[in-house]
Design a protein around this ligand. Structure first.
Ligand SMILES: Nc1ncnc2c1ncn2[C@@H]1O[C@H](COP(=O)(O)OP(=O)(O)OP(=O)(O)O)[C@@H](O)[C@H]1O
Length: 359
């Protein structure tokens, strides 16, 4: 049973646009993803109470932020907003910006020192916002939002203005927020890599509606969502956890729904959670498990279905470990030689790619 921290059923009409969004927010990071103009920012603004013309219901825990007859003003909703432009007070130092947020909060919130440490802004406290880089300013903006004691953080493309390296440095900090501060995030992004690196769940939006909402692993493994999520290749995403290190061979053992996996060339501590992507082209099917192979991972799999792709290729849907989805793309000739058919058990040699860093 999912834990629904926030539920909403909202409508808003504008000329040429209609929002009709029903959904909920669960713990962790939910990426709000969809084409330009589909209403992502508008939904965030409705949740924050900034769209006065919105109608409908928003409930958070036991309290109603909005019903047909009531509407909490924005400053009474325990939401933190973080935008692409940081909107720091330019006449206040970093320390004063943080202190301002802390003093104005209405509910319990995190300790200022803890936030400063978590976001690595200790060395910036005396600076004025104009003297910060984009990445530094964004970390301060995040800190300010957290210090206000929000129960939900709404983030609108907060890293979009940053270059790749700066984004990569901030992402682990964002990733750690839900667990460290107990605040769920609704995170608007245009970037597929950001969803894969950051999010636990994806809320897919189109033309003002939430058309799908599920875990990253489910959404990225389902063909129906590949075009909308910006990928045309058959792929699956698996979440895994480091369970052992083999220092002699430099291998890391992972537990996943697909079974136990081994990866070379990485070094993470036991317990660290990782996310893997397996593309159909990185899967080779065999009748027997290989005696020796340079692919480290050979998993028993079962064929679920076959689809001829019309170019001499067959797309094979498989399950590994009884429940993890997997796709393979094989030639018609190989499909015949392996006698592939629904229910058939074969072996898959796979080369998973590691996505993003650990938590
Ligand atoms: N202030 C406004 N007045 C009138 N129409 C607006 C206003 N802001 C946005 N819109 C329109 O509302 C619709 C939804 O816009 P919104 O900004 O929510 O989309 P979005 O999904 O966040 O887009 P993007 O990814 O490009 O930021 C669009 O058709 C947009 O043109």
């Amino acid at each position: 049973m999912s834990e629904r921290l926030l539920t909403f059923d909202l409508r808003l009409r504008r000329r040429g646009f209609e929002l009709q969004a029903e959904g909920h927010l669960e713990p962790g990071i939910t990426a709000l993803f969809g084409p330009s103009g589909c209403g992502k920012t508008t939904l965030l603004r409705c949740l924050a109470g900034l769209e006065k013309a919105s109608e409908g219901v928003i409930r958070h825990g036991g309290s109603a932020w909005q019903t047909r007859s009531t509407r909490l003003p924005p400053h009474r909703r325990p939401v933190g907003l973080v935008f692409q432009d940081t909107r720091l007070f330019t006449h206040l130092s970093v320390a004063q910006n943080l202190e301002f947020a802390r003093r104005r909060r209405r509910a319990e919130g995190p300790d200022q020192q803890e936030v400063v440490e978590a976001l690595g802004v200790e060395g910036l406290l005396d600076r004025m916002p104009a003297a910060l880089s984009g990445g530094e300013a964004q970390r301060v903006a995040l800190g300010r939002a957290l210090l206000a004691g929000p129960r939900v953080l709404l983030m609108d493309e907060p890293l979009a203005a940053l270059d790749h390296d700066r984004r990569a440095r901030i992402m682990p900090l964002v990733r750690a927020i839900p667990e460290r501060f107990g605040v769920p995030l609704l995170y608007v992004t245009h970037t597929r890599d950001e969803v894969l690196a950051l999010a636990d769940r994806v809320m897919l939006m189109n033309r003002g509606e939430i058309v799908a909402h599920d875990t990253v692993a489910e959404m990225f493994s389902a063909p129906a969502f590949w075009p909308a999520l910006g990928g045309s290749e058959p792929t699956v995403v698996w979440d895994a956890r480091v369970v052992a290190r083999d220092n002699d061979w430099g291998l890391t053992a992972l537990a996943s729904d697909a079974g136990r996996l081994r990866l070379a060339g990485i070094s993470f501590n036991t317990g660290v959670r990782l996310r893997l992507l397996v593309a159909a082209r990185d899967v080779v099917l065999t009748l027997e498990p290989p005696l020796a192979s340079s692919a480290l991972n050979a998993l028993p799999v079962q064929v679920e279905s076959l689809e001829s792709r019309g170019n001499g290729l067959v797309l094979v849907r498989l399950t590994a470990g009884g429940r993890a989805p997997l796709w393979a793309e094989v030639s018609r000739q190989s499909a015949a030689a392996l006698r592939l058919a629904p229910g058939r058990r074969v072996h898959a040699l796979i080369r998973p790619q590691l996505l993003g860093g650990p938590d």
